[in-house]
Every structure is written in C-alpha cells, then in structure tokens.
Design a protein around this ligand. Structure first.
Ligand code: HEM
Length: 115
C-alpha cells in the first residue's frame, strides 16, 4: 500500500470527477445541513419534504446531490481497493459501475415516488 493521493492511482478522468464531486458535495452538504439544522424542526416534517420536492429546482438539487455522493463514495471506495492492489481491475470497474447505476437509479426513483 502506498501513501499517495488518488491522483496517482486512478484514471485521470475518474480522478477529475472525484474532485469535481467533492467540490459539489461541499455546496450540497452545506445547503442540506443548513435546511435540516438551522431552520427548525418544521423544515424536516414529512409533509414539508414532500412540498419541497414539488419544486423542480429542489428536485434538481437532490438529483445532483444523489449523483455526486454516489459517484464520489463508490469511486473513492474503488480507489481504496485499487490502492490495496487488486489484480482484476476490469472486473472491479464493472462491479462498481453496476453498483453506482443501481444506487443512483434507486435514489432518483425514491425522489419521484416518495409519498
Ligand atoms: C464535503 C464533502 C467531501 C469532500 C470535500 C471530499 C473530498 C475528497 C477528496 C478531495 C478526495 C480525493 C483525495 C485524494 O486525491 O486522495 C476524496 C476521496 C474520497 N472520498 Fe470524499 N469528500 C467529501 C465527502 C465524501 C462522502 C460523503 C463520502 C462517502 C460517501 C466520501 C468518500 C470518499 C472516499 C471513499 C475517498 C477515497 C479516499 C482515499 O483514497 O483515501 N467523501 N474526498
């Protein structure tokens, strides 16, 4: 195991998206935490959450949040496994793409079907 950043281990594009999603996450997490913690309990009542999701801007916000956090988390985990020194990298990549697509699909499905 080497003590280097993901940049030296990952494909350049995968690393670039890791950094871009990290920057997005700072914004998404900040907005999310402010809404949940700074504006009182009324903001996270179930009915309020449903109402917020009627707004297309909030829907776009949460879809982008789901895509960023799933890509960042799963791709980061992939980086850790590559770092440990896996031989079957192609198989690893396929498995991680399948997991990423399933999680993003499920997250977006939930956003549209929560009642
Ligand atoms: C504001 C939020 C976040 C920021 C700013 C951030 C930033 C970063 C950056 C810059 C890297 C690349 C490090 C490198 O090049 O070695 C990274 C890696 C990683 N991130 Fe995040 N991250 C955030 C949230 C998250 C979340 C929510 C998860 C889990 C779902 C996560 C999981 C990971 C993993 C597993 C790695 C790989 C770690 C490694 O190689 O040692 N991160 N993160």
């Amino acid at each position: 195991m080497q003590n280097k950043s993901l940049k030296s281990k990952m494909e350049p594009l995968a690393w670039l998206f890791q950094i871009i999603t990290a920057i997005f996450l700072v914004f998404f997490l900040s907005v999310h935490l402010i809404i949940v913690h700074a504006y009182g309990i009324n903001n996270i009542l179930f009915q309020q959450i449903l109402l917020r999701l009627q707004n297309p801007w909030w829907m776009a916000f949460y879809i982008a949040f789901v895509v960023s956090v799933v890509y960042h988390g799963i791709n980061g985990l992939r980086g850790i496994i590559i770092d440990i020194g896996i031989k079957k990298k192609k198989a690893l990549n396929s498995i991680f793409w399948i997991i990423t697509i399933i999680l993003i699909g499920y997250g977006i499905w939930l956003l549209f079907n929560i009642r």
